[in-house]
Design a binder for this molecule. Structure first.
Ligand code: FAD
Length: 384
C-alpha cells in the first residue's frame, strides 16, 4: 500500500506520461529516433532528475520509493524515457555521496535542473560484469588527467555534458584500489571531439530512443579538480555506493514495461473475437492474464520492499538484488505472454507488444546481469 503522498506522485507522473510520452513512443521507436529534447526538458522541469538529491543541492529531496514510482510510470509509457533519469540519478548520487563540496556546488544544481545531462561510462570492451577490470588509463599531467582507452555501451553519451567515467589512475595498485571516477566534461552532440574523443552508436534490437555508444579516448583532458572526491583510488567503492539505488530504479523500470504489456494484452483479449467469443473468455487466456498480473505484483512489491529498506537507511544489496533479478525475469515472461495474446499482430510493428518484449530483454543484462545479481544474493545468504 502507498500513502497519499506517494499515490499523488504516481498519479502526477502517470498523467504526464499518458499525455506526453505514450502517444509518441511507438512511432519514435519504429523510426529509431531519439527522445525529443522537448521531452527531456519536461522531465527536468518536473524535477525528476534531482528527485532524490537534497534540496540543499537543488534537488527535491524525495525518497527512494518516490523514485521507483516515477521510474515505473515513465517506463510504462516508454522505457527510454524512464531511463533518461537513471543516468542523472547515478551521476548525481555519485557526486552527492562522494564529491567534494566544490563538486557538489558545481555539478548538482546543474544536473538537477537538466542544464547538464549526464551519462555513465563504466563498461569497457573487456570489463563488463567485472567492473574492477577497467583498463582505461587516466594519466596525471600537471593540473589535469588525460584519458587513454575505450568505453562501450555508454548510453546517452552524445547528449551528455558530463560523463562519469571509471578510470585506472594507479596501474601499480591492486585492481580495485587503482580505479578512480572522473567527471569528464564535453560538448553535447553526435560529433564528440575527435581525435581525442570519438564515438559511434551501437545498433540494438530495442531500447530505442537513446543510443548507446562505443567511445575511444586518446588524450582526452579532464581537469584534476573533477576527480570525484578529490582522492584517487576510491572509484570502485564510490561506484558500489550507487548499486542499490540503480538496481531498485531498474527493477521499477522493468515493472513499468511489464505493466504496459499487461494492460495492452488485457484490452486486446477483451476485444479480439475468435470462435464467436472474445479470446478473454477462453480459460487459457484468462489464466495467462492472471499469472501475468500475479508475477507483476510480486515484482512491484519486491521493488517497493527494497526501496523502503533503502529509505530506512538499511544495507539493502540483498533486497535490491532480489528485486532487480526477479523484475527483469518477470518482465521477459510477461511481455512474452502479452505478445502471444496478440497472436500474429504481436509480431507486427503496428502494435506495441513487440516493443515491450524487445525492451524487456535488456533488463537481465544491464545494471548487473541476472547471473551477477544471483551471485550477490547467494553471497549474502551464505554469509549468515
Ligand atoms: C542497452 C544497454 C545499455 C547499457 N548502458 C550502459 C551505460 O549507460 N553505461 C555503462 O557503463 N554500461 C552500460 N551497459 C553495459 C552493461 O552494464 C553490461 O553489458 C553488463 O554489465 C554486462 O557486461 P558485459 O556485456 O561485458 O557481459 P559480461 O560481463 O562479459 O558477461 C557475459 C555473460 O557472462 C556472465 N558472467 C560474467 N561474469 C560472471 C560470473 N562471475 N559468474 C557468472 N556469470 C558471469 C554474465 O552474466 C553474462 O551472461 C549497457 C548495456 C546494454 C545492453
Amino acid at each position: 500500500m502507498l500513502d497519499p503522498d506517494h499515490v499523488a506522485i504516481r498519479e502526477q507522473v502517470r498523467a504526464f506520461a499518458d499525455r506526453e510520452i505514450a502517444p509518441i513512443a511507438s512511432r519514435l521507436d519504429n523510426e529509431g529516433a531519439e527522445i525529443p529534447m522537448a521531452v527531456v526538458g519536461q522531465l527536468a522541469e518536473l524535477g525528476y532528475f534531482g528527485l532524490i538529491v537534497s534540496p540543499d543541492h537543488g534537488g527535491a529531496g524525495l525518497d527512494i520509493l518516490s523514485m521507483a514510482l516515477v521510474a515505473e510510470e515513465l517506463s510504462r509509457a516508454w522505457l527510454s524515457v524512464g531511463s533518461v533519469m537513471t543516468r542523472m540519478i547515478i551521476t548525481a548520487s555519485l557526486v552527492e555521496q562522494n564529491g567534494t563540496e566544490e563538486q557538489k556546488r558545481r555539478f548538482l544544481p546543474r544536473l538537477c535542473r537538466g542544464e547538464w545531462l549526464a551519462a555513465a561510462a563504466f563498461t569497457e570492451p573487456d570489463a563488463g560484469s567485472d567492473a574492477a577490470g577497467v583498463r582505461l588509463r587516466a594519466q596525471r599531467r600537471g593540473d589535469q588527467f588525460e584519458l587513454f582507452g575505450e568505453k562501450t555501451w555508454c548510453t546517452f553519451a552524445n547528449r551528455a555534458r558530463v560523463l562519469a567515467i571509471t578510470a585506472r589512475t594507479d596501474p601499480a595498485a591492486e585492481r580495485h584500489k587503482g580505479i578512480s571516477i572522473l567527471l569528464a566534461e564535453k560538448e553535447p552532440g553526435d560529433g564528440f571531439a575527435p581525435p581525442r574523443l570519438s564515438g559511434g552508436p551501437i545498433p540494438t534490437i530495442g531500447y530505442k530512443g537513446m543510443n548507446s555508444y562505443s567511445l575511444a579516448f586518446d588524450g582526452y583532458p579532464v581537469p584534476a579538480e573533477n576527480l570525484l572526491g578529490g582522492v584517487p583510488g576510491r572509484g570502485f567503492y564510490q561506484l558500489m555506493s550507487t548499486y542499490e539505488i540503480a538496481r531498485i530504479q531498474t527493477a521499477a523500470r522493468a515493472v513499468g514495461v511489464a505493466q504496459a504489456a499487461f494492460e495492452a494484452a488485457r484490452a486486446y483479449a477483451k476485444e479480439r473475437v475468435q470462435f464467436g467469443r472474445p479470446i478473454a473468455d477462453f480459460q487459457v487466456i484468462r489464466h495467462k492474464l492472471a499469472r501475468m498480473a500475479t508475477d507483476l505484483e510480486a515484482a512491484r512489491q519486491l521493488t517497493w520492499h527494497a526501496a523502503r529498506a533503502k529509505d530506512g537507511g538499511a544495507r539493502c544489496d540483498l533486497e535490491a538484488g532480489m528485486a532487480k533479478a526477479f523484475a527483469a525475469e518477470m518482465a521477459e515472461r510477461v511481455t512474452g505472454e502479452a505478445l502471444q495474446i496478440f497472436g500474429g499482430y504481436g509480431y507486427s510493428r503496428e502494435f506495441p507488444a513487440q516493443r515491450y518484449w524487445r525492451d524487456a530483454r535488456v533488463f537481465r543484462i544491464f545494471e548487473g546481469t541476472s547471473e551477477i545479481q544471483y551471485d550477490v544474493i547467494a553471497k549474502r545468504l551464505l554469509e549468515r
